[in-house]
Design a protein around this ligand. Structure first.
Ligand code: CMP
Length: 136
């Protein structure tokens, strides 16, 4: 069993599709083991996206992710990290496979509805950051 940290971003919350997105994970045998909704601070946003500091899209990314409430969740299942990323689709919705969350619902490579951990190491870091080490 593996765990992944997922964010349902402010654009998806504004579109009222939290339930549709969680449903897509649940239909694929992923279990929600932790869940919270909040409008995050710039401090948490900058820790979450620390690997992107200095990139041209960093500032607008922080502005977007702090622009309204989001949902953070931990999903658990077999091969959860890859499975979640497959369900999400490519970062840019124009490149996302048909039927993926970003193909169905995302507007751009910034407002792309969801974030998910991209490796075991990032899952550990992100789960600790959002929920605490006791969830590892
Ligand atoms: P996410 O999976 O949350 O991880 C980093 C985020 O940066 C990514 O999704 C996108 O929302 C954003 N991002 C990545 N590349 C670009 C880009 N070229 N332009 C704007 N935003 C980007």
């Amino acid at each position: 069993m593996e765990k992944s940290l997922v964010l349902i971003k402010p654009d998806a919350v504004r579109k009222n599709i939290i339930g549709k997105i969680i449903g897509m994970y649940e239909e694929n045998d992923l279990k929600v083991i932790a869940l919270k909704m909040e409008k995050i601070t710039e401090e948490l946003a900058s820790k979450h996206y620390e690997e992107h500091i200095g990139k041209v899209f960093y500032k607008p990314l922080i502005d977007f992710i702090t622009s309204g409430p989001l949902c953070a969740l931990i999903l658990e299942g077999e091969n959860a990290i890859k499975k979640v990323r497959d369900i999400n689709g490519s970062t840019d919705p124009k490149e996302a496979m048909i039927g993926t969350i970003r193909n169905l619902y995302a507007d751009s490579n910034r407002e792309n509805c969801v974030h998910a951990s991209d490796s075991t190491e990032s899952a550990k870091r992100e789960i600790s950051l959002w929920f605490g080490k006791e969830y590892l």
